[in-house]
Design a protein around this ligand. Structure first.
Ligand code: CAA
Length: 258
């Protein structure tokens, strides 16, 4: 993989592991980091050997937000001309499962990055929050929208207006994250989950992801129509034939993602 400076990445047994790597600034997310993240995600998304992607930070911080130093002198026109959130938006085009493993601070843009993960594991000691209100701004990479969809408008307003951190337990209670685990087990549990789904039919994983995200905005009927089309589509895959044949033959299916 390319020579990244803000992240590290490697592939082990079909699982890609991407680690945010700006520890001196608590993994504050600058434009280079988003660009490198997108590049890594896109390469792994195209790589047939990779079945799932795990994204993590370090023990102290997943990421403490967008890099304040980088943007403090920006004005609205600069941000518009830079198309500040272009790479962020592209992160939502990744088709493979993304599992986030969060320890420490997960604030602002860091929280928004975590919310780009499909499944989130967090340490008991992780802290989530949108402190942007204290900087005179607000989330800009989907934070208000996603938090509202996950926890409902009244709770989202409370957290966004107060700007205070929520514990991993609170985030879990609000349906924002999937699991809270002991600090030393976060990455291990995320990798274990990634390995478990890596054995499933790749096309099913892909189309389930697409259908679930579409369902968030669709009416039930529209969502069901979309689901039906993807269900039919899977019947033109080799893996559907293999999966059902393996069931009949009482053996484990050997999925190829075709
Ligand atoms: N941007 C740039 N640098 C950051 C940073 C950020 N978001 N967060 C931390 N750092 C830097 C600090 O400036 C400090 O650098 P120096 O050692 O050179 O002084 C270093 O990381 C360590 O941080 P602290 O000394 O502050 O560590 P702490 O343990 O005392 O506090 C913290 C930790 C509570 C997370 C605190 O660093 C903090 O409040 N950070 C900012 C959090 C924040 O406001 N995030 C939102 C950013 S805006 C955003 O994300 C907009 C968006 O939607 C895209």
């Amino acid at each position: 993989m390319s020579n990244f400076t803000t992240i590290t990445s490697k592939v082990e047994e079909g699982i890609a592991l991407i680690e945010l790597n700006r520890p001196k600034v608590l993994n504050a997310i600058n434009r280079s980091m988003v660009s490198e993240l997108l590049s890594a995600f896109e390469q792994y998304d195209r790589n047939d050997q990779v079945k799932a992607i795990v994204l993590t930070g370090n023990d102290r911080a997943f990421a403490a937000g967008a890099d304040i130093d980088e943007m403090m002198n920006d004005d609205a026109i600069t941000l518009e001309l830079l198309n500040q959130f272009k790479d962020w938006d592209q992160l939502h085009t990744i088709k493979k499962p993304i599992i986030g493993a969060v320890s420490g601070f997960c604030f602002g843009g860091g929280f928004e990055l975590a919310l780009c993960c499909d499944i989130l594991f967090a340490s008991e000691k992780a802290q989530f929050g949108f402190p942007e209100i204290k900087l005179g701004v607000m989330p800009g990479a989907g934070g208000t929208v996603k938090l509202t969809k996950l926890m409902g408008q009244k709770k989202a307003l409370e957290w966004l207006w107060l700007g205070e951190p929520m514990t991993a337990k609170e985030a879990h209670q609000h349906g924002v994250i999937n699991r809270v685990v002991a600090p030393e087990l976060v990455l291990e549990e995320a990798m274990k989950f990634a390995r478990t789904i890596a054995s499933k039919a790749p096309l099913s994983l892909r189309l389930i992801k697409e259908t679930v995200y579409k369902a968030v905005d669709d009416s039930v009927l529209d969502g069901m129509q979309f689901e039906r089309k993807n269900f039919y589509l899977l019947f033109s895959s080799e893996d559907q034939k293999e999966g059902m044949k393996a069931f009949a033959e009482k053996r484990r299916a050997n999925f190829k993602g075709k």
